[in-house]
Write a protein that binds this ligand. Structure first.
Ligand code: GLN
Length: 312
């Protein structure tokens, strides 16, 4: 076990405690009603290295839904299923600078494709590219892929969150209809949205996120089993999107303050990694105005700056 991990074991509890004080300055997401039940003062972290040694601190037993974090992995599955040419015919490669659920730029470029696969419109387009016959088969393939990456055959949907989102998704629904009109989506809008709502509602813990991140940190090969799960080139594409768009329209600031590929979700999760070294999962449901875990971002700033983790 590395010296750094030992250091982390000693320092993390104190850092978590300090970052936790940030929670009161944020707000738990409530536009999906079920998410508002999450504990506003929670903060947990799980760090795992390539030998499987891990350090945890705070409320890391908390179960939460992946939400936008799942978009990284559906992108990867779509790349595996269809290849980059088909995928990047339907979504672009540029950050928007707008909120994750903004419709503002949908009509800006010709043809009208979403700017990138990590905003809602882009992720909905990606859902339609997952291989499989109907929405059930597509969702089943997503769940199987996620379980393999997390090394956890028990990963499952939080059906309360799934239903809650499906009943309150007027904005996502309107974007999906727009994309259908523009020929970006094929098939039934409801079927595509069902795949999207389902992957957003997959329940995880920090430990699951850290295992999924570990595979990305090792360029697609599970360092614990030696199994190649994702082609290296696709992981490179996903990690680049995580740097440019992973923290929504706060990705630039996050790159400056933390400097690691990361993806956040509105349930308060953050998945991040130190390439070649660690997979990291964080949860802190209280969000800042951009929709990122307020305490989670603070904790990552402390970690990265104290341990000199920035890639830049
Ligand atoms: N399911 C959420 C939505 O579509 C995901 C958004 C997020 O995590 N930022 O609004």
């Amino acid at each position: 076990q590395s010296e750094e991990l030992e250091r982390l074991r000693a320092l993390l509890p104190g850092w978590v405690k300090t970052s936790k004080t940030m929670c009161q300055a944020g707000k738990v997401a409530s536009y999906i009603p079920e998410l508002s039940k999450a504990p506003a003062d929670a903060l947990g972290i799980h760090v795992i290295d390539f030998s499987g040694n891990s350090v945890t601190a705070g409320d890391c037993g908390l179960s939460f839904t992946m939400q936008s974090i799942s978009k990284v992995f559906t992108l990867l599955l779509a790349l595996i299923d269809r290849g980059p040419e088909i995928v990047f015919d339907k979504v672009g490669m540029e950050p928007t600078g707008d909120n994750f659920n903004s419709m503002l730029k949908l009509e800006l470029v010709q043809p009208s494709i979403p700017f990138n696969p990590l905003i809602n419109a882009g992720a909905i387009a990606i859902s339609s590219l997952i291989g499989g016959d109907g929405p059930e088969e597509k969702s089943e393939r997503v769940l199987r892929f996620f379980r393999r990456l997390a090394g956890n055959p028990e990963l499952a949907y939080d059906l309360d969150v799934y239903r809650s989102e499906a009943l309150s998704a007027d904005l996502n629904r309107s974007m999906a209809y727009f994309l259908k009109d523009k020929g970006v989506l094929k098939g039934k809008v409801d079927d595509v949205l069902d795949v999207y709502f389902r992957h957003c509602s997959i329940a995880v813990t920090c430990s699951d996120l850290s295992r999924m991140a570990l595979v990305l940190a090792n360029d697609g090969t599970d360092p614990l089993s030696g199994e190649v799960l994702i082609p290296r080139r696709y992981v490179q594409i996903a990690k680049t999107f995580m740097v440019t768009c992973g923290m929504y329209n706060a990705s630039g600031q996050f790159a400056i303050e933390v400097g690691l590929p990361a993806k956040s979700g509105v349930a308060g999760g953050i998945l991040t990694l130190v390439p070649g070294r660690y997979g990291i999962g964080i949860v802190g449901p209280s969000l800042n105005p951009k929709g990122n875990s307020i305490a989670g971002v603070h904790l990552l700033e402390t970690l990265s700056q104290s341990l000199d983790w920035s890639l830049f």
